[in-house]
Each structure stands twice: as C-alpha cells, then as structure tokens.
Design a protein around this ligand. Structure first.
Ligand SMILES: [Zn+2]
Length: 457
C-alpha cells in the first residue's frame, strides 16, 4: 500500500519540480524512514494539536514549509529541504548562526542549496573543544545563564507584574496588604532569579566553565541599562519599528499618538518582547553549549496573589509544542523547521530532565504533572518527568541545548518565608555576596544538574 502512495508522490513531485536539479528531487534511499521519523517527531513534540498541517508537508522528497493553506493547496512552498540536503543543513547549522541559516532559507524556495553551500558543507566537521578534567569538570564548556525578569525593587516589580506582596497574619483578607502591615512578604521574582544566576555563575566558573549572564546587574535589562533609561532613549525608536512591522495594530497606533500613556502597557507591548529578543540575540552570539533560563513560579490558581498557597511544584520547559496561529511569520516557520531537523529538542529534554530530578530531590518539591496547571494542559506537551515542551519566545529563539527552570512556587506558604529569610552570614561565604539557605539549595540543584549533564555528554 505504502509503495503505491510513494510512487504516486514521485510522479507528482517530478511534474511539479521539473525545473530544478534532478539529484535534489529524486527520492533518496531511506526516504521512507526519514518521513516516518520526522512525522513521528512532529506529532510527539512540535505540532501539539495536529493543527499545523497547512504549513508543512513531509513526503518522499523532503520537507516543504508553506506560508498558509492557500499556498499548500497550489503546492507553492516558501521553501523545500530535500532529504539529500539534510546533512548539508545540519553541517551548515553547526557552523553558521541561526540568523545566517534563516537568511539562506529566505532565498532558497524550491531550489536546491547553491553549489558553493553544497561544496562547503558536504564534508564539514565542527571543532570539539571539551577539555574537562577532575579539578575543572566544566572546562571547555560555555554556559549562558538568563535570570528571568528585571526587578530588584517594588516599583519595577509592580510594573513588570512579577512582584508578590502579602500579609501572612491575616490571610483571610483578600484586599492587598501594605508594606507597613505586620508579617508581610514582599519579593520581586527578578531579584530572586538574579541572585540565583549570579551565585550559580560563580560556582560554574570555579569548575572551569565559561559563563555568560544576560543581565549584568540587578535592575539592569539585557540592553545593559535600566528600564527607565531604555524608556528615555530607545522607546520611540522601538515603537516606530514595531509600527512598521504591524501597521494595523490599534494599540501601537494609540501609543504612538499618545492616546495610551500607561506605563504597564508600554512595558508589556513595546519593551518586553524587544527585551526578550535581545536576550535571545546575546545568548546566540555567545554560542553556548547550554543555556539555563532561571525562573521562580507561582500558583496560577492563587491569582491575584494576596495570600500564600498550599500548592508547590517544580517543572522545566524545553522547545516545541507549537499551536494554531503560531506560525504566522517567516521567522516562526523557520524555527519550527529548525527544531524539527536539529537535536535541540531531544538534547534539551535530557538536560531539563536531569534538572527537574535535582529540583525534586534537592528542594523536596514535587514534579508537576500535565494536569497540575491550566497552561500545562492547554499549551504544553509532556516530554518526561517534570519536562514540558512549550513554545515560549525564549525556548523558540535560543539555539542549542536549553533548560527553562521553574524550581518552585514562590507564593507557597513555606517557600515565601524561606525565600525572604535573612542569610546566615557565618555559613554562606562561597559567593561574592550573601545568599540565604533556600536560594543556596536552588543553586546547588542547578549546579548538580549541570555537572551530571556535562558528564553525560
Ligand atoms: Zn518568571
């Protein structure tokens, strides 16, 4: 049965591709198993609801990507990657940046790769430089750390909506507590992530790793300046370029005309996405072996977070799980193909799985199951204990092996107290600053995970 389908596809393909090089359009030996492998992977990790069929075709010739249903109907792909080009793509991706490979695809169409690309990348082998030893087990490894969010103070925490403030004494009270009330918990996620990343960087460097931090200081953004400095010098320019990309966007128009002036709207719709893209850009430029995104979660059902929750879970995210309407532009479709063809999802699942296990054992926090949060159930694909494919900006844009860690719920009634606990000065002296016991345990969990991951490589 499959044979007759294949033959039919060969004929259709020959008729449609006759203007292109014969070697590219001929099905290669093993094309059937490649088709099966990539179709399986697509449904296992990437096309969450089988709703993206309008954008791709995996057939006997290779993989075609389409801008939409109309283009697929008339078999007019944005580009095709023939199976005979698969290894060339992989070699090129190991050598060039994501952006450079994306540029190659922007002019590829249904043609084969150019002769010079084929010649250069047919027998390309990347250099390997891991020189680890017992004293420096991470020597030769480049690790990027991204401390999530920005805030280290109340005002910034409120602006980015990553700030907790609640009164533990009277938790029947649903109104927002004030800082003057007794037994008040007040913390910004951006501060916790920055302290964690900074301590982890110290530890990883001591063990030989080359470490890059996306934010060099507390309250400093990935642009290397405060949000207020960005607003003063870069806001107008960023808004102008967003308006050019989305000329019909009503919200952007109102921001431009001054009809909307709200700070949180500016932050959310102009700054946030631009800054996430900057984080991805600087990480990719560093070309790390591993990237860790450090976050602290909250119980979504505890909104608006005026009292603590009894819930607590750890989880990790890796790329994948695209959903309907998430392939709306060329860049997203390229990353969709990139994640299908590379081992980035599989490698990230291994690293994230190790991390989730260390969160569970080091922190004694249970691993989240898919039913433990609405966003897990509605947006994610489970990929291992405590590991979920999720199409976030950073899981999609950052190349290589990644771990997006959510070690615990910061609004849990025990965790919130541990996280704000004053550090014991005498016992905590291995970092350039003082860290409390709970953050030290989180750093230890990440560190153990990195060491185990490096050993397994
Ligand atoms: Zn976060």
């Amino acid at each position: 049965m499959r044979k007759s389908i294949c033959l039919k596809m060969v004929n259709v393909g020959m008729a449609l591709c006759c203007s292109f090089s014969l070697s590219a359009q001929m099905p290669i030996l093993g094309a059937d198993s490649l088709m099966r492998h990539y179709n399986k992977k697509m449904h296992q990790y990437i096309d969450r609801d089988s709703a993206l069929g309008d954008h791709y075709l995996i057939d006997i010739f290779g993989i075609s990507i389409f801008a939409g249903a109309n283009e697929k109907k008339v078999n007019k792909p944005e580009y095709r990657l023939y199976w005979s080009e698969l290894q060339i793509f992989k070699n090129m991706y190991n050598d060039l940046s994501r952006k450079e490979v994306m540029d190659v695809f922007s002019t590829k169409g249904s043609k084969s790769f150019s002769g010079s690309i084929v010649k250069h990348y047919s027998n390309f082998s990347p250099s390997v430089s891991n020189k680890s030893n017992a004293i420096s087990p991470l020597k030769g490894l480049k690790i990027a750390l991204d401390p999530g969010h920005i805030a280290s103070d109340t005002a910034m925490g409120r602006l980015e909506d990553k700030y907790l403030l609640f009164n533990l004494r009277d938790n029947s009270q649903k109104s927002e507590p004030t800082l003057e009330s007794e037994e008040v918990v007040s913390m910004a996620e951006g501060m916790l992530t920055w302290q964690t990343a900074n301590a982890l960087a110290t530890l990883l460097r001591k063990q030989g790793a080359e470490v890059f931090l996306t934010r060099p200081q507390a309250n400093i953004t990935a642009f290397g300046k405060t949000y207020q400095q960005w607003k003063k010098y870069d806001y107008k320019r960023t808004l102008d370029s967003l308006c050019k990309i989305n000329p019909t966007d009503v919200r952007l128009k109102k921001l431009r005309s001054g009809k909307i002036k709200k700070e949180n709207i500016i932050f959310r719709y102009v700054f946030r996405d631009a800054e996430l893209r900057k984080r991805a850009q600087v990480i990719n430029a560093f070309n790390p072996d591993l990237t860790i995104f450090i976050h602290y979660n909250v119980d979504e059902k505890n909104k608006p977070w005026v009292t603590p929750t009894s819930q607590n879970y750890c989880m990790t995210f890796v790329p994948g799980s695209f959903q309907q309407n998430e392939l709306s532009d060329f860049e997203r479709r390229f990353d969709f193909l990139r994640l299908l063809l590379t081992q980035e999802i599989e490698n990230s699942i291994i690293a994230a799985g190790i991390t989730a296990r260390h969160f569970q054992t080091e922190l004694n926090v249970p691993l989240a199951k898919i039913t433990d949060a609405t966003y897990l159930l509605e947006n994610c694909i489970p990929a291992g204990p405590g590991v979920f494919c999720r199409n976030l900006s950073l899981t999609r844009l950052v190349q290589g092996t990644i771990i997006y860690g959510e070690a615990l719920y910061q609004d849990n009634f025990k965790e919130c107290l541990r996280l704000i606990e004053k550090p014991n000065v005498a016992s905590e002296n291995q970092y350039p600053f003082i860290l409390n016991a709970r953050l030290t345990a989180v750093v230890a969990a990440y560190n153990k995970a990195v060491l185990e991951w490096a050993k397994s490589k």
